[in-house]
Design a protein around this ligand. Structure first.
Ligand code: XMP
Length: 310
């Protein structure tokens, strides 16, 4: 791909599509939505407001970090919507992965609509949808409904959906971000799915279960941070297993650790984490998260396993 030619062509298309209308961008803090926002801001200065939705499905300290990275920067107005109760209420009792994704996709749009009403008349919704999101959500080959494609509701207040990255893979999105002068800390954040920890919390998504997963995920992230891995995280499997702690029987949670190498997320290889690091990881997870009594490491490539477990 010729990155500079892509930027110029997309800018002209954005100017034609947005014109004098106002736009709202759901900014997750990930590279896709950040680059989409930067492209729109460059093409049509002054049209954009970014909304970060705290869904309650974020990683430990994530909302604070995203606000620190984006709030008051780049001359783009940034708003935070606290919607934890709204998302968790909608997810009560839901265990089926596709239903979770559809509920979350719709909940995002409803929160954006509320935000847009408060900000005045906003016709355009900007999303950081990329090619693998579209491919995996295609009805004929449905793998999973990415929250921003197959998870969108049938009706919305917005009249225009603006998706400037729809033809690009992740590596190309990163190249566009770098060419636009965005900081590397933003461009090389590891990918995080729009539905957040909900698709890593197998079974029902509750505050208590998210809390266990969040603490486990922090340890996985902290322990594997310096190995140059493309994506790595913890999964709360929903399995229970018998263990022993302090000489007493326990019946605890099973955490799976997923770490993969990839270039564009369409295929991925499980990462060969050195054994001594796995030893450290297992010790920390079982010692620092008292609810956990067993740790397993996922050795599945994509295909057949997708990167996320749901
Ligand atoms: P899968 O699990 O499909 O994931 O192999 C491929 C890449 O996409 C991320 N992912 C998502 N990103 N909305 C997103 O914005 C989603 O619904 C979604 N589902 C998965 C995943 O983390 C991986 O990097």
């Amino acid at each position: 791909m010729d990155t500079l030619a892509f930027i110029e062509k997309t800018s002209r298309e954005l100017q034609a599509q947005i014109g004098s209308k106002k736009a709202l961008c759901g900014l997750s803090g990930g590279v896709d939505s950040s680059v989409a926002a930067a492209l729109v801001h460059r093409a049509v200065p002054g049209c954009l407001t970014c909304v970060y939705v705290d869904t309650g499905l974020m990683r430990l300290n994530e909302s604070r970090e995203v606000e620190g990275l984006f709030g008051g920067k780049f001359g783009i107005p940034f708003v935070r919507a606290d919607a934890e109760d709204y998302f968790l209420d909608k997810l009560t009792g839901v265990t089926e992965p596709e239903r979770k994704r559809k509920i979350i996709g719709e909940a995002f749009v409803r929160v954006f609509e509320e935000g847009a009403k408060k900000l005045g008349k906003i016709e355009c919704l900007v999303q950081g949808t990329i090619l693998p999101d579209v491919e995996e959500s295609a009805a004929a080959t449905l793998v999973k409904s990415h929250h921003n494609v197959g998870g969108l509701p049938e009706t919305m207040d917005f009249t225009e959906l603006v998706e400037p990255l729809r033809t690009l893979c992740k590596d190309e999105v990163r190249a566009v971000g770098l060419a636009l002068g965005m900081p590397e800390a933003m461009i090389y954040r590891q990918p995080f799915p729009g539905p957040g920890l909900a698709v890593r919390c197998l079974g029902e998504v509750t505050r208590e279960r998210l809390d266990i997963l969040r603490r486990a995920d922090y340890i996985v992230t902290d322990t594997l941070a310096d190995l140059g891995i493309w994506q790595y995280f913890a999964v709360l499997t929903g399995l229970r297993s018998v263990g022993v702690r302090d000489g007493k029987r326990m019946y605890g949670e099973v955490i799976a650790v997923r770490a993969v190498s990839s270039v564009d997320a369409r295929t991925a290889e499980w990462f060969k984490v050195p054994h001594e690091v796995l030893v450290r990881l297992s010790k920390r997870l079982t010692e620092e998260v008292p609810e956990v009594c067993r740790v397993v490491y996922d050795i599945t490539d994509k295909p057949c396993g997708t990167i996320e477990w749901e």
